[in-house]
Ligand binder design. Structure first.
Ligand code: NAD
Length: 260
């Protein structure tokens, strides 16, 4: 159903972004993957994605901490493919610390990547999408875009911010066939979650096992991590014709976390 469409997925060398890139490629879209990491591993992932689904997959290593990086990512994709139909703003980082110790540079980096990069990519892709009369923008927010947890001040602020940005973009795109939605995962087992277990254990003075059982999965009534494939399936649905009237929403994929 997405044959002939071009999708940019930021932060797709790992985790949720890679899951979403796979699902969009499986639906027939050509893909621009983006993210940091080992060049050889990224090239392997790029080739596997292209071979598995018979689509074109390009890698763009733009660093999205810089506003210019997000603009260049979209501009380069437009010149390479001649179009950008789908933009998935997924790249994100986390830092866990009590607010009085929260490093100011971490605050700036989290706001830059988790919120501002999405704005810069959207403002660059939006004109061409409106002109084409079709576009899908998906922002990977978080359950932390809807509710808070202690020790994640920058992340919670950025994720609430991107839920607000999503609504505004949806209103501006509504008459032009351009939808914009936020996906709000609870806990998904990825390197981002793996890396914060130690910091959360330190911040709370408890063990790794206690963090998994009593902090992470305590929030999720399902008592299960969601999978990156589930996020991919939702993204693919939002990009389908069945998703054309879904816009401006923040869709939790959180095993019931935010229903509490
Ligand atoms: P991850 O660490 O596995 O992947 C993050 C991706 O972002 C990687 O591809 C990385 O290379 C890329 N990235 C990091 N810094 C970058 C930069 N400066 N420029 C470009 N790319 C950069 O993380 P993940 O868990 O897959 O998270 C993806 C998104 O999902 C994030 O926005 C995160 O906040 C959100 N999220 C994750 C969970 C979870 O439980 N894992 C829950 C809710 C929301």
């Amino acid at each position: 159903p997405l044959a002939g469409r071009v999708a940019i997925v930021t932060g797709s060398t790992s985790g949720i972004g890679l899951g979403i890139a796979r699902a969009l490629a499986a639906a027939g879209a050509d893909i621009v993957i983006n993210g940091l990491g080992d060049a050889a591993q990224i090239e392997t992932a790029r080739r596997e994605l292209a071979d598995a689904h018979g689509v074109r997959v390009d890698y763009d290593g733009a660093n999205l901490l810089q506003p210019d990086g997000a603009v260049a990512l979209v501009d380069n994709s437009l010149s390479r493919f001649g179009r950008v139909d789908i933009l998935v703003n997924n790249a994100g980082i986390q830092h866990v610390s009590p607010i009085e110790d929260f490093p100011a540079d971490k605050w700036d980096a989290i706001l830059a990547l988790n919120l501002s990069a999405a704005f810069h990519a959207i403002r660059t892709a939006f004109g061409p999408m409106k002109e084409a009369g079709w576009g899908r923008i998906i922002n990977v927010a978080s359950a932390h875009g809807l509710v808070a947890s202690p020790f994640k001040s920058a992340y919670v602020a950025a994720k609430h911010g991107i839920v607000g940005l999503t609504k505004t973009v949806a209103l501006e795109g509504a008459r032009h066939g351009v939808t914009c939605n936020a996906i709000c995962p609870g806990y998904v087992w990825t390197p981002l979650v793996e890396n914060q277990i130690g910091d959360t254990a330190n911040a709370r003075g408890i063990s790794r096992e206690e963090v998994i059982e009593n902090v992470l999965l305590a929030a999720q009534p399902s008592k299960k991590f969601a999978s990156v494939d589930e996020l991919g399936a939702l993204a693919a649905f939002l990009c389908s014709e069945g998703g054309q009237s879904i816009t401006g929403t923040a869709l939790p994929v959180d095993g019931g976390w935010t229903a509490q």
